[in-house]
Design a protein around this ligand. Structure first.
Ligand SMILES: [Zn+2]
Length: 318
């Protein structure tokens, strides 16, 4: 993925909120969709699965352990190793900055998503950008979704319309996957969370009644967010910004393959297998690997028609 060096960036919605959210509010825990509001859309498992696949990361604990949080405490590692310090996203001004800096690449991807969805005909009447992308270190206090820690992974809080990303998550993707795969895997994660924001704007979250199971509303919501991510991915190199520049000028098939690979690795069945357990669809919240790949691809083939992503009407999800 390469950004147009001449394009301007708008960093006004991306901020580093540091760490150390107030304690006592209660952790949000593992990914669940809170009806009406709350935390939606966690891709947490991606990092744990990646760690396992690479033969054990620094945590060294089993996946089960990791998901309980014990094997994955964070030390506030910055995206570029700027340990503990906060990053000034205001310094991200151009696509050239995004080519040089992971932090600025986050701004660029957010800008591209905002440009894409604001012009999407079936969304534009409802559109407003997310309040913010809050990058945090270790833990964070949300405005409506309680406290969250790194263990929760990236998530969208509909009460404050904010996407939360922890730096440890980014850092881990980089360490485990290396430089090639990470940029667009990160972009996929942001695009998936942005998909939840679109669902929020369209009122889709209010449809969620059932939280678990292979045909549950939760699974349908998550697969739809994957589908929306695919829609954006397919269009990413053609979306003009407000100056008429296309921000993402190069996206390779390999980039796309990495995103599809990541979508598969966060399938519920895959995760259950990695955890050494049996596959139990009754506990699914995000859908199987095959379903996640299928809906990401469906989004890529949707030609900007959001109706193609109607997972709630789909009889078969796979
Ligand atoms: Zn999600």
């Amino acid at each position: 993925m390469r950004f147009n060096s001449k394009a301007n960036l708008d960093s006004s919605r991306t901020r580093d909120v540091g760490g150390g959210g107030r304690t006592g509010g209660g952790s949000i825990g593992l990914p669940h969709v809170a009806g009406g509001g709350g935390v939606v859309g966690v891709i947490i498992a991606i990092i744990y699965v990646i760690i396992q696949m690479q033969g054990g990361g620094s945590g060294g604990g089993g996946l089960g352990q990791a998901i309980n949080g014990s094997a994955f405490t964070t030390n506030s590692v910055g995206l570029s190793g700027s340990s503990g310090s906060t990053f000034d996203y205001g310094t991200c001004e151009t696509g050239e900055d995004a080519n040089r800096s992971d932090e600025c690449a986050l701004v660029a991807v957010e800008n591209s998503l905002t440009d894409y969805w604001s012009k999407q005909p079936q969304v534009s009447g409802h559109f407003q950008p997310e309040q913010a992308i809050d990058v945090f270190h270790g833990s964070v206090q949300t405005n409506g979704c309680g406290n969250a820690t790194t263990d929760v992974g990236p998530f969208y809080c509909s009460d404050d319309q904010t996407i939360y990303l922890d730096t440890a998550f980014y850092d881990t993707i980089f360490k485990q996957l290396g430089g090639d795969a990470t940029p667009f895997v990160r972009a996929y994660v942001i695009a998936h969370e942005y998909g939840h924001h679109i669902q929020d704007l369209l009122g889709t979250m209010g449809k969620v009644r059932t939280q678990q199971g292979p045909d549950s509303d939760s699974v349908r919501l998550e697969l739809q967010a994957d589908c929306y991510a695919g829609m954006w991915a397919a269009a990413a190199t053609t979306v003009p910004d407000s100056d008429g520049n296309v921000l993402i000028e190069d996206l390779t098939q390999q980039d796309i393959n990495h995103a599809i690979g990541a979508a598969k690795e966060v399938g519920d069945d895959y995760i259950q297998q990695r955890m050494g357990g049996r596959v139990n669809p009754e506990q699914w919240t995000h859908g199987s690997s095959a379903e996640r790949e299928h809906w990401f691809q469906t989004g890529m083939n949707a030609h900007d028609d959001i109706k193609a992503c109607d997972t709630f009407s789909a009889r078969k999800l796979g």
